[in-house]
Design a binder for this molecule. Structure first.
Ligand SMILES: *Cc1c(COP(=O)(O)O)cnc(C)c1O
Length: 485
């Protein structure tokens, strides 16, 4: 395929004209639009329809996607998204709803939001949910703003938030956005929280502890009840980063573990295609005591009617316009109702089984990050391979030649040469076996023909890109003819 951007493919005067001449008189755009929206020269390329179709179809074939390749990108839950969810979310009855319609007109949409909230409350044990936040990170911010308001109303002097060193980067970022100082707690050798260190850091000024369980190493934090006790003794709240909720579905609930506020990434666990910035939904759930702080409005029911309830006593206010990404909510609702309680539990069991299978088959080649069993994802350290001359990055790039998307690299930060593998429950044993075989082959290549790994990928249209140069010289604009990607 030629490496040209679409601007370079234009030919003056070329266009597509399949439509017959309209019977109504045509008007020029500048007669219809206010001046400030007009520009003299948009510099758009002139192309025929076929040129455009080929250009974009070929571009789309350069991508890896869940629909085309195994995609074990840890902490991202790239599970398969059933197409029936897409079909339902595309129904006109949903897509033609306008957020300014009166609630009497959109009872069905409100009922869906109401029912989705009920199901998530059942799954997590939380008291209420808001769907306004459009990403996991925005969900965390929403949850932590509620925690900040909780302390403000109680006149608690709180200045710090505790985060383990294995945490997702959004946790310390959220804590800072809320004006707190982030205190990082070092994990123990086995990857779990060090209770002694935690107790020592927990003074009266701690506002919250932010945790993920299973944590980002894929390990279940078995002392969670003790952690909850330590937090609550000093009136610090326990925040749960539930971005990847797969392993807990139908098994246990955050409320049972003592969490006060949580977010779930509907676009990860509950099957919405995601990546490249959206669309997403960070559903934020809270305990009864925290429910008065939720953003307004919530969807409530009076008799048979659903309505928007703006009377939330200590609401932190809006975090987004309208009701969040409604289309993501439709997909989550379709996913949940089609699986049912038994199906959801099997999702959790299979997600854990698949990761455990990969761990077991690969552990003699790649070193697992902990002696503890993994849950829905398994983190390997490629330090053995690094000692033989190939880094985690090079192994990841080589996987592309085997037709697989690489796992997450160099995260969590506390594991040397980390590769974080999240197979998800939607993959078959054959696919897992292919991946395992590829990983074992790559390990062998490092001993026998290391150049294959060092110079990978060999089969991709784009080889190694200079990421440092790209980050230092960020340029998102197409500039001159002759530029190619
Ligand atoms: C993905 C993820 C987030 C952030 O979610 P976004 O929707 O990308 O903002 C937060 N925490 C964890 C553990 C995650 O995996």
């Amino acid at each position: 395929m030629e490496n040209k951007v679409i601007f370079e493919k234009g030919k003056e005067g070329r266009r597509t004209r399949y439509l017959t001449k309209p019977e109504i008189p045509l008007k020029r755009a500048d007669e219809l639009l206010p001046k400030q929206f007009l520009r003299e020269n948009l510099n758009l390329p002139s192309l025929g329809e076929l040129d455009v179709v080929r250009h974009y179809t070929n571009l789309s074939r350069l991508n890896f996607s869940v629909d085309t390749n195994f995609y074990p990108l840890g902490s991202c839950t790239m599970k398969y998204n059933p197409k029936v969810n897409e079909a339902l979310a595309s129904m006109e009855e949903f897509t033609h709803v306008h957020p300014y319609q009166p609630s009497t007109d959109v009872q069905g949409a409100l009922e869906l939001i109401f029912n989705l909230e009920q199901i998530l409350c059942e799954i997590t044990g939380m008291n209420r949910f808001t769907f306004q936040a459009s990403s996991g990170a925005a969900g965390e911010l929403t949850g932590m703003l509620m925690i900040r308001k909780y302390h403000a109303i109680k006149k608690n002097k709180k200045t710090k938030v505790i985060v383990p060193d294995s945490a997702h980067g959004t946790n310390p970022a959220t804590s800072s956005m809320c004006g707190y100082q982030t205190v990082i707690i070092e994990s123990k050798e086995n990857g779990l929280i060090d209770l002694d260190k935690l107790a020592k850091s927990c003074d009266s000024e701690v506002a919250a502890i932010m945790l993920t369980n299973p944590n980002t190493l894929g390990l279940f934090e078995e002392n969670i009840l003790k952690i909850s006790e330590i937090a609550h003794k000093i009136d610090a709240l326990l925040y749960y980063d539930g971005a990847n909720f797969n392993p807990l579905l139908g098994i246990t609930k955050p409320i049972t573990m003592g969490f006060d506020a949580i977010h779930l990434n509907l676009h990860k666990t509950f099957s919405t295609p995601h990546g490249c910035g959206g669309p997403g939904a960070g559903a934020v759930g809270v305990s009864l005591a925290m429910s008065d702080f939720l953003p307004a409005p919530l969807v409530d029911k009076r008799g048979e009617d659903f309505y928007l309830n703006y009377k939330i006593k200590h609401s932190i206010g809006r975090v987004r316009s309208f009701y969040g990404n409604f289309n993501v909510l439709i997909r989550a609702y379709a996913y949940l109702t089609s699986l049912g309680a038994d199906g959801l539990k099997r999702v959790a069991q299979n997600a854990v089984l698949n990761a455990a299978y990969i761990r077991e088959k690969l552990k003699q080649y790649y070193e697992p990050c902990s002696i503890l069993p993994s849950m829905h994802e398994v983190v390997f350290s490629c330090s053995r391979q690094k000692a033989r001359g190939a880094s985690a990055l090079e192994i990841a790039k080589r996987l592309l030649d085997y037709g697989m998307h690489p796992p997450t690299m160099y995260f969590p930060l506390i594991v040397n040469e980390a590769l974080m593998v999240e197979p998800t429950e939607t993959e078959s044993k054959e696919t897992l076996d292919n991946f395992i075989e590829a990983m074992i082959n790559i390990d062998k290549e490092i001993s026998e023909e290391i150049e294959k790994v060092k110079n990978a990928p060999h089969t991709m249209p784009v080889k190694r890109v200079d990421e440092v140069y790209a980050a230092r010289n960020l340029n998102l604009r197409w500039q001159s003819p002759g530029a190619s990607f």
